[in-house]
Design a protein around this ligand. Structure first.
Ligand code: UDX
Length: 444
């Protein structure tokens, strides 16, 4: 199959590369000529484990090419995917679809008869209808179809999520479109990956509903964690106990500093906006958004309490800036709320992240020392705060960490350690939804 992928951002590049890996001949297209040049030279613009090797391999095999010329890129394509960005628009929650519509407009004149146009970008329900209208208006007489095929890729494990998905969702208008997409996904369908075939609007909405539901799970567990802190119950066990019920499931049940990233915050807001506009408000999702915002600020109170209210002049080693581990993405990261609040309270931040520092530098300013390694951040700090669950923070040499810190005080917003090991190592340890380990006196 010949596939054209319009947009080489996160979704477009990962999807295009994975389709090539599955045997399709893929042309990735972007109007950013400099980016295309870099991709042709093997430079990958995003941090995603395994992506550069896969690009290299499929490029060498002749299945993956990069184009800044849309006409050239989509020539001969059986399926054209639209995978451009859908940022937040000017109104709270509204989705800016200008890139999607511009892409539809740009491809319209060059589509061959019978082409299938598929949205991979996350777009509000009924966007497919608008795409159809734009193309029909520009290229009268063209026979084409519109479909929706949402992605469910998590940053940091996007390749695995693409090649070993839980399910494939396709929204189509005809059996021809269905057959084309089934042929494209045949290598996965042969391995019995479930496929749900539905109409375009339903596929569009499924993506938002799935993300909003996962966000709800997280927000719910975070609130139960607060209750655990008030009562002395243990959130890890509550969460595991709930998750063992297969109707609830164990995933997305980890408490933390509030969800972030490029999808959950944007998609939940977008769903609320669309639902309000259509007169079917999603009250639950609206509350989840509010609870998640509050959560980030509550983390500041937690840190302040651990420091006994005295943040002014305190050196705080912040371990982790990205919204989660294995990504350099800072979008809607809790660190972007927590750090400015700590700075406002007069703290001095010693920040470390294995991948996200260069992005973080552009987003945060003030009394921050950017540290090359975690040891530099910890050295001489009054306390450490773990915001992101990077493996290297879960495997700290606790004895060495204790020596580096001025006081053995750790606030862990990801529950990376057991209370027992922290007690044994002699730390004052404050985590989420669990009793604090408090009996240790400051090192003389
Ligand atoms: C998400 C969806 O999972 C993916 O299907 C969708 O297509 C894009 O959005 P991603 O943003 O990469 O993927 O991150 P994900 O791993 O889902 O985590 C989102 C946020 O939730 C992170 O801030 C993470 O730390 C937080 N989280 C996740 C929790 O706090 N607890 C959990 O149990 C799981």
């Amino acid at each position: 199959m010949r596939v054209a992928m319009v947009g080489t951002g996160y979704v477009g590049l990962v999807s295009g590369t994975c389709f090539a890996e599955m045997g399709a001949v893929v042309a990735c297209i972007d109007n950013d000529a400099a980016k295309i040049k870099r991709l042709r030279n093997g430079q990958i613009p995003i941090y995603e484990p395994g992506l550069d090797e896969l690009v290299k391999k499929n490029k060498a095999a002749g299945r993956l090419t990069f184009h800044d010329n849309i006409r050239q890129g989509i020539a001969g394509a059986d399926i054209v995917f639209i995978a451009v960005g859908t940022p937040t628009g000017i109104y709270e929650g509204q989705t800016d679809l200008s890139y999607v519509y511009a892409a539809a407009e740009e491809i319209a004149s060059y589509l061959q008869q019978g082409t299938l146009v598929v949205t991979k970008s996350t777009v509000p329900v009924k966007t497919g209808e608008r795409i159809r209208k734009i193309i029909s208006k520009k290229n009268k007489g063209l026979k084409f179809q519109v479909a929706s095929n949402p992605e469910f890729l998590r940053e940091g494990c996007a390749i695995k999520d693409f090649l070993e998905p839980d399910r494939i969702i396709i929204g189509v208008e005809s059996q021809t479109a269905r057959r084309k997409l089934e042929k494209l996904y045949a290598p996965l369908l042969d391995r019995n990956v479930p496929i749900l075939v539905t109409d375009v609007k339903t596929a569009e909405l499924t993506k938002y509903a799935a993300n909003a539901f996962l966000a709800t799970k997280i927000a719910f567990v975070n609130e139960v964690a607060d209750l655990c802190e008030k009562t002395g119950a243990n959130i890890e066990d509550v969460s595991a106990g709930m998750g063992l019920d297969h109707r609830i499931g164990k995933d997305y049940m980890k408490p933390g500093p509030g969800y972030g990233g490029s999808c959950f915050p944007k998609d939940t807001r977008s769903l609320v906006y669309t639902a309000n506009k259509l007169g079917a408000p999603t009250h639950i999702v609206a509350t989840v958004i509010e609870a998640n915002e509050r959560r980030k600020l509550n983390m500041v109170d937690k840190i302040s309490e651990a420091a006994q209210g005295a943040l002014r002049g305190k050196k705080i080693a912040v371990l982790g800036l990205a919204f989660k581990a294995n990504t350099d993405d800072m979008r809607d990261s809790s660190s972007l709320v927590i750090i400015p609040e700590l700075l406002k309270a007069g703290a001095i931040i010693r920040a470390h992240d294995p991948e996200a520092i260069s992005h973080a530098r552009n987003l945060l300013s003030g009394n921050i020392v950017w540290c090359e390694d975690k040891e530099a951040a910890l050295k001489g700090a009054d306390m450490a705060v773990i915001i992101t669950e990077w493996k290297e923070y879960a495997q700290l040499d606790l004895a060495a960490t204790k020596k580096l810190l001025k006081k053995p005080l750790i606030v862990d917003l990801r529950n990376l350690y057991t209370l027992e090991e922290m007690e044994k190592a002699g730390f004052t340890y404050v985590s989420i939804g669990r009793n604090p380990v408090t009996k240790i006196k400051a090192r003389k």
